[in-house]
Ligand binder design. Structure first.
Ligand code: ADP
Ligand code: MG
Length: 595
């Protein structure tokens, strides 16, 4: 086969495939450019989930005509000059490939005016071709417009998910960026509707509250920790406010939202080990401000991962700090100043939250030559399995309903207020009251749904609640599903909802809390099919109703065990945990050496 030299246009389209997979990537890259241009106000508008239009408007530094011409060339960047510069980048971008890639797969326009210049300029490009630059009036700053994304790479369009999914990805990401950058005001508009809008603040908690809700932020503790190498601001829930999912775990490194590295997840769950149940999760937002020479941000195509030079050191500090804070739960606000180890580096002076916007070449800690990396040998990756939920029942033989004789139930007692001890057909059973109750409720809920006869309870005063914009989208697009299952929830203003009635069998519960939890769960599991979402709603509401439920009196236990054996699957709870532990007479006799 003859070898061809690819045209620049083709090269750019191929490169675009790597950088721009979906509208979200465009939004992220453009917003990062605005952040890098020191904007203090950024507005993102999308239409048709970003496929039709993405417009990002900032009041940043703008570009002159020469820079504008260069900006959409591949590997054109103002942010680094050589590879070594990577070790001290504070900017979000540095690869110089976003604009060339985005413009190759869209109808593209940048309007920009550099600070202090009298005139502005507009660049137009159609699928990366026919590039023109013309004078243009406008304010200082930059407006980048991406229309008809993927119009010339139709295969890409086919890989996109539904509009609602693509839109919620964008909302999620912008929320995260807004939480990372409280000192910048953000606004997001979708199909002409404001999704969220925040004014700038120098208080991180205020921004967290703006985006994730006041109820949520009220429950957070706060630690500020200053160490010569790193500044940490940690907002986290205490023992009493753990959650059913990991939705509220954010990590920001030098204002960049990134995924939690495995060692840091391990560290957090280690710190919480004694404080929350194995199936609960903390909400935790960690802001790390660190000398860029101590991290590597160039290890992931979307820059979602960061590698730290001193993982063990960070691990120790964070784990100890959180653990101590959890124990001293009397204090809502804890300010800690980790002592400077004199042998190390001198403490930097005048550190303020704005220093990360200092010149990119200035080293904040002034320690590039003197930082000592601690050995990371203590850290053992084998300990990573956070899922500590060791199923002690795994070894038990499979229990089936047939093994049990419903007419011969002899309830012997209740232990620890949690277990019911029963003798049956020569076996001793220990039932987990909660797991059993959950199974019973779950199956009767299913049966009511199946017979279309859900018994409802009307709320005297409808429960109203707010959701963060991204979750609100999720609830809106699943609202019928909730209604079909007897949870009558309806929109009640922007990002507000109210619940009018819900299934009677769930009892007296904080239904709005449960709906919120379910929404987060659905949101986390983006690819869930309708069937799976239905399951989630049913299972989670049953579980919540049992958790909140009254103690089962001894008299009720017999009825309960009876009801349990009317279920199709008496020996597991709907979440897959066992409902009973069996000890056969045979085993007892062996143990007591009677045999
Ligand atoms: P990178 O961000 O990696 O440098 P991009 O392709 O995203 O690469 O942008 C290329 C260059 O265009 C940037 O380095 C910057 O100089 C300029 N630029 C892009 N967007 C803006 C903006 N909103 N304001 C000012 N300059 C910008
Ligand atoms: Mg960029």
């Amino acid at each position: 086969m003859p070898i061809n030299i690819l045209s620049q246009e083709t090269i750019n389209k191929i490169a675009a495939g790597e950088v721009v997979e979906r509208p979200l990537n465009v939004v992220k890259e453009l917003v990062e450019n605005s952040l890098d241009a020191f904007a203090s106000s950024i507005t993102v508008e999308i239409e048709g989930s970003g496929k039709k239009l993405i417009r990002v408007c900032d009041n940043g530094s703008g570009m002159d005509k020469k820079d504008l011409e260069l900006s959409i060339l591949r590997h054109a960047t103002s942010k680094i000059e050589n590879f070594e510069d990577l070790s001290h980048v504070y900017t979000m971008g540095f690869r110089g490939e976003a604009l060339s890639s985005i413009s190759a797969v869209s109808n593209f326009e940048i309007k920009t005016k550099k600070k202090g210049e009298t005139s502005g300029w507009k660049l137009l490009s159609f699928g990366g071709k026919d590039i023109r630059i013309v004078p243009s009036a406008g304010c200082e700053g930059t407006i980048t417009e991406v229309k008809d994304l993927f119009f010339n790479t139709p295969a890409r369009l086919k890989f996109l998910k539904s509009d609602a999914t693509e839109r919620s990805r964008i909302t999620d990401s912008l929320e995260e960026t807004a939480i990372a950058n409280p000192e910048i005001s953000f606004k997001m508009v979708s199909d002409k509707k404001i999704i969220f809008s925040t004014s700038k603040t120098n208080n991180k908690l205020e921004r967290i509250s703006d985006i994730l809700g006041r109820d949520f932020s009220r429950n957070l503790k706060f630690i500020n920790l200053e160490h010569p190498k790193v500044i940490l601001d940690i907002y986290f829930t205490g023992r009493d406010n753990s959650l059913a999912n990991k939705k509220f775990q954010y990590l920001f490194v030098n204002s960049r939202p990134v995924n939690y590295p495995k060692w840091l997840i391990h560290c957090i769950y280690q710190a919480y080990k004694e404080s929350i149940a194995h199936d609960r999760h903390p909400a935790i937002l960690i802001y790390i401000t660190i000398d860029p020479s101590q991290i590597d941000v160039n290890i992931h195509p979307a820059k979602r991962e960061v590698k730290f030079a001193d993982e063990q050191g960070m691990y120790d500090i964070i784990c100890k700090t959180i653990r101590n804070a959890l124990v001293s739960h009397a204090h809502q606000e804890i300010k800690i100043n980790i002592e400077t180890r004199e042998s190390e580096v001198p403490k930097p002076s005048n550190i303020s939250s704005s220093f990360i916007y200092q010149s990119k070449k200035e080293n904040i800690f002034n320690t590039s030559n003197s930082v000592v990396s601690e050995p990371i040998s203590k850290y053992n990756p084998k300990n990573y399995s956070i899922d500590k939920y060791a199923n002690v029942f795994a070894k038990q033989q499979e229990l089936t309903g047939d093994a049990f004789d419903e007419d011969n139930i002899k309830v012997l007692g209740q232990a620890f207020g949690t277990y019911i001890v029963v003798e049956n057909k020569g076996d001793l059973y220990i039932f987990d009251q909660h797991a059993a109750a959950e199974r019973i409720r779950y199956e009767s809920y299913l049966s009511q749904i199946h017979h279309q006869s859900i018994k409802m309870q009307q709320l005297l005063i409808p429960e109203t609640f707010d959701l963060p914009p991204s979750s609100s989208e999720v609830l809106k697009s699943n609202i019928e599903l909730f209604n079909d299952l007897g949870i009558s929830v309806e929109e009640f203003g922007q990002n507000s909802f109210r619940i009018i009635s819900y299934p009677a069998l769930l009892g007296n519960i904080a239904i709005e809390q449960i709906v919120k939890t379910i929404v987060l769960d659905i949101q986390e599991d983006k690819n869930a099919e309708i069937k799976e979402k239905r399951e989630k709603i049913i299972r989670l509401s049953c579980r919540a109703s049992i958790r909140a439920g009254d103690k089962v009196s001894f008299i009720e236990t017999k009825k309960m065990i009876n009801d349990l054996f009317k279920c199709d699957h008496p020996f597991t709870c709907p979440h897959g945990r066992p409902t009973a532990y069996r000890i056969s007479l045979n085993e007892l006799e062996k143990f007591f050496k009677r045999r």
